[in-house]
Design a protein around this ligand. Sequence first.
Ligand code: FMN
Length: 343
Amino acid sequence: MNNTPSLSQAMQERQHTIQRLFANPVRLLAPMEGLTDPLMRQILTQIASDLGRPYDWSVSEFIRVTQHVLPAHVFYKYVPELHHDAKTASGTPIHIQLLGSEAQLMADNAAYAAELGAPAIDINFGCPAKTVNSHRGGSVLLDEPDVMYDIISAVRRAVPVNIPVSAKIRLGYTDSSRMDDIKAAIAASGADWLTIHARTKTQGYKPPAYWDKIQNFNTLDIPVIANGEIWNRAHAQNCMAQSGTTHLMLGRGAVTRPDLIVQVDANKNDIETETVLAWEDLIMHQIKFLEGIAKNDVVLVGRYKQWLAMLTKGYSEAKILWDSIKREKNKAAIISALQISAP
Ligand SMILES: Cc1cc2nc3c(=O)[nH]c(=O)nc-3n(C[C@H](O)[C@H](O)[C@H](O)COP(=O)(O)O)c2cc1C
């Protein structure tokens, strides 16, 4: 008897996976190259799990595809979780994001990522970086919906049928006038879901995010995930109301308030909402971050300070700590300062 699943069985399997994934509103941790990385993902997904509301999944920072199929060690460097069933220590799945402009090359890399254990492939059409855009990668492709179609459909064809393929976009490059063309390209491409950062490339990362524009994509036959400028529960509620989707991806807000994911769905009358994770409980996670793996301590301390600077927006205690360690270079001294910063 042949036990290999037929094509239609594998397609059904993927449909079931997608139905299961989106049976309830999803909450995702955004990729943020330079801000999140495997260590930060590990910490943030652990906190969410400990608080009882794990992220449904997170997406890796983009892996740039330029000239050839990347060797395995590159995929493992960006996504060491591939060694562990593509999950963080707390069990959150990590999808692999690719960025590039050559459809066949993207497809070959996606197929290899799948071979290495990627549970899903996401394609980046949102990166605003000049170096990336000048090589026709990231958000600049929003002006070339045909190329978006070519890339997504080539990736879809190349990866095993049971592996989902998604796209992450902005509303447009310089403006949102091509939204309908982008939508048509996505619809035809076979993408399994779509994440929308509700700003154009020109709008960068500045508030506001135009959540209402996401509505335009809700006629697609696939789940739509809203993203951008969600810093607290009220923003999340407004975003869901204005975008017309219940699925959210959390970005910088999740770094600033690692308990944001829990706040988002908290009962409105819950007076504890603002303090789901108290500063004293966050201290051990910061220490774990400082004890984590990095190229060297200078890098680690720099990255920690970046995080602490963001935490000052969410925690008054972080501001006090920041003032005392902002010039400190020694990791052990920072850990000691953290230990005594508990009220
Ligand atoms: C420092 C930084 C790096 C980012 N890197 C990526 C990336 O690698 N891939 C991607 O799809 N989006 C990337 N983004 C965009 C975020 O995933 C997200 O779409 C954006 O920050 C909007 O969400 P927010 O307003 O909640 O932060 C990055 C954003 C920031 C701030």
